[in-house]
Design a protein around this ligand. Structure first.
Ligand code: AVI
Length: 332
């Protein structure tokens, strides 16, 4: 690993830690004072949230992980063909890398076939990056790797500044679905603007399908998804010295097959006031906090998104059930 890469990682880590605490407070208070009330799902991922998300991925109802894992495990050569620049060296930057369980298969394949590449995983969670580093070092010994903790775009810009090579940006897991539709377009556009012509992206999209299957993945009877949502209230209590009665809220999930929007809410089970860092926020009985969108896409939604944001589709790989697709696009 290059020395400059290590320095960049340490600088990014400390800066992120202090500004992250300020942004968290601001976003929570602004979100709960807005109409309708909302919280941002990017804040789900503290230590307990990371663990609960691991539990979600292991649930039988949560098909997304297995579907994309099948693509990365069984169709690795197809993915690799779509991203290799003949003999040119490249950097593989993964936004929201998580524990690396899926990407490991691609990294192994690229390494086994002699591709000249480095791996730069980006994640908001330092805990998960520690797990990822261990997983990848074990699976692909000797791989040049630079872990970046922080917000996607800040880290992507840092990664690109440190790169000087052709780039492939991966966004897996259906993470793009955690943005409102207009934001996912702006997200793709921004990535295209940071990248250079010829660079590529691999993006995982959860496809529209039987609404019962989709709703079931977010409305599990074991209550893990509910605990995942409620954990953000616990985090607010701990980090912002708030006094929210977590038991006074209940998880509620919806899926609209027309728009493809799968949304989660926390509903106040009674009229109540909550105190957060000197601010009082009042809830009526039955009032909800909008927590997360998990947008589902048709194949034409995806094609339009590529076109509108300035990418040319190169290839796509689906799982055997056709639940999930990883697309490869090139900067036009
Ligand atoms: C991380 N993301 C893609 C998950 C999803 O499916 O939207 C987060 C999640 N929320 C509830 N279950 C899983």
């Amino acid at each position: 690993m290059e020395v400059g890469f290590n320095r960049l990682m340490v600088a990014g880590f400390h800066k992120e830690k202090t500004s992250a605490a300020r942004s968290f407070r601001q976003d929570v208070i602004n979100g709960l004072k807005s109409v309708p009330k909302r919280l941002q799902s990017k804040y789900f991922y503290d230590d307990a949230g990371d663990r609960l998300f691991q539990d979600i991925m292991a649930m039988p109802e949560y098909y997304l992980t297995d579907a994309e894992l099948e693509i990365f495990r069984d169709k690795t050569a197809l993915l690799s063909q779509g991203i290799c620049f003949e003999d040119t060296a490249f950097d593989l930057i993964e936004l929201g890398a998580g524990d690396g369980v899926k990407s490991r298969h691609l990294l192994q394949h690229l390494s086994d076939t002699g591709a000249d590449f480095r791996y730069m995983p980006v994640d908001i969670s330092g805990n998960i990056l520690d797990i990822l580093r261990e997983n990848i070092e074990e699976a692909v010994p000797g791989l040049e790797m630079m872990c970046l903790q922080g917000e996607y775009f800040e880290m992507l810009e840092q990664a690109c500044a440190a790169s000087g090579r052709q780039k492939v940006v991966m966004i897996l897991g259906g993470n793009i679905g955690n943005m409102e539709k207009k934001d996912s377009y702006e997200f793709c556009l921004k990535i295209r603007q940071i990248l250079s012509p010829g660079d590529r992206v691999i993006i995982g999209f959860d496809l529209k399908k039987d609404p019962f299957i989709i709703l079931g993945a977010y409305n599990d009877p074991s209550g893990i998804t509910a605990a995942f949502n409620l954990n953000l209230l616990t985090r607010i209590n701990r980090e912002l010295d708030a006094g929210i009665d977590v038991a006074g809220f209940q998880h509620y999930q919806t899926y609209d097959p027309l728009s493809g929007a799968c949304r989660s809410f926390l509903v106040s089970t009674r009229a109540q006031d909550i105190e957060i860092d000197g601010e009082t926020i009042s809830f009526e009985k039955g009032e909800s906090i909008y927590m997360e969108i998990s947008q589902k896409f048709s194949r034409s939604d995806i094609a339009i998104l590529a076109l509108k944001s300035g990418f040319v589709p190169v290839s796509e790989v689906m799982d055997s059930e056709q639940y999930f697709v990883d697309v490869i696009w090139q900067v036009a």
